[in-house]
Design a protein around this ligand. Structure first.
Ligand code: FNR
Length: 343
């Protein structure tokens, strides 16, 4: 399926282009953590570990930082996924795999995960399916996606802007909420609904509550922007290129999405992603109520550079998170909650 391969290669190349990034728009510069000049603690006491608990099963994680869903089902993605899965395995952090759409059409595509599992038997993988595919897929087929990755959870991504700007996009989102509801009822693992960089309104977050989801990853605006990525896949003279420019700043910022969730008073876990670029931003999102914080593009860049770059990135993110906790007098992630103010 060469069109598929080409699309996935384009996505990686274009996502890394600075023009695809909505830098500075995640909103997090407009809040500050509350500085504590006299933290009655030893820096060594800062504990960033957390856990992922579902139906009495607990997975211990070394930090709330997770690798956001990126790639699957093509040659170049294989090495990237193996490197990311090894990081997840070594450090016990969660890792979202990219859309498993290919596996729905070609069961051979699932062998990718056997190779990943050989190198990363203890990686904590989360499967991935798009809402436009989920609506038309029988549940037993979705079940197979979960089994092939030995996933601890399943992401369902919502990406209306991306599908609308993709020449080959799947634009029928009817009965989406119902499909999520059915999925939650039938699978035995947590279902996490996410955007891909355009965030969530208060109303949508409320509607998802009725579907019984385990968590929503707000994936707001501020980092990789899929309107831009799809736009740059077209020629400058193409209609979709021009239309994509109109929508180049579309979406709800990551900060605003988190504030919307607070307003919606949701009963599921909140996860956050979208333009998170350092450990201080991870800390801010934890203070705003995020249980897990995802990062995509920086992990992609590091994976392309190799294992050492991945180690260095995670080490930097964790140190920044710990310093933010020390300087707010927070020994645990729980202590950090609500320690933010508008700046
Ligand atoms: C993504 N993202 C994504 N999300 C998803 O749910 N399924 C997918 O297949 C993909 N594919 C994908 C490919 C590439 C190359 C990138 C960079 C991203 C979206 C990703 O998980 C995340 O929501 C956004 O990229 C925002 O995070 P960053 O990049 O700003 O940290």
């Amino acid at each position: 399926n060469s069109q598929f391969e080409q699309r996935k290669r384009d996505h990686i190349r274009i996502a890394l282009d600075p023009r695809s990034q909505t830098d500075g728009q995640n909103g997090l510069d407009s809040i500050n953590l509350v500085h504590e000049a006299l933290p009655e603690m030893d820096f060594k006491e800062v504990d960033i570990s957390t856990s992922f608990v579902f139906q009495k099963q607990t997975i211990l994680l070394s930090s709330p930082i997770f690798i956001s869903s990126m790639t699957a089902g093509h040659e170049k993605g294989r090495e990237i996924n193996q490197a990311l899965a090894r990081l997840s395995d070594r450090h016990q952090i969660l890792m979202g795999v990219g859309s498993q759409r290919r596996e729905l059409e070609d069961s051979n595509a699932a062998e990718e995960w056997m190779a990943v599992r050989k190198q990363a038997p203890n990686a904590k993988l989360i499967g991935n399916i798009g809402i436009a595919q989920l609506i038309h897929t029988p549940i037993d087929k979705v079940q197979r996606l979960i089994e092939s990755t030995e996933a601890v959870g399943l992401f369902v991504h919502l990406n209306p802007l991306q599908e609308a700007l993709q020449p080959e996009g799947d634009r029928d989102f009817r009965k989406g909420l119902q499909a999520i509801e059915n999925l939650v009822k039938t699978v035995q693992i947590p279902v996490i609904v996410k955007e891909v960089g355009c965030g969530f309104s208060t109303l949508t977050l409320k509607r998802l509550q009725d579907a019984g989801v385990f968590a929503v990853d707000v994936s707001g605006k501020g980092g990789t922007h899929w309107g831009r990525v799809e736009g740059y896949r077209s020629e400058e003279s193409d209609l979709l290129y021009k239309v994509a420019q109109t929508f180049s700043n579309w979406g709800v910022s990551t900060l605003q999405s988190m504030l919307n969730a607070k307003e919606a008073q949701v009963n599921y876990q909140l996860w956050a992603s979208g333009g998170v670029r350092n450990g201080l931003e991870v800390a801010k999102l934890c203070a705003l109520g995020a249980s897990q914080v995802g990062i995509a593009k920086p992990f992609l860049e590091a994976a392309l550079a190799g294992d050492e770059a991945l180690e260095n990135l995670l080490q930097k993110l964790e140190l920044e998170l710990k310093i933010a906790m020390f300087c707010t007098g927070s020994k645990t992630l729980k202590d950090l909650q609500t320690k933010w103010v508008m700046s």
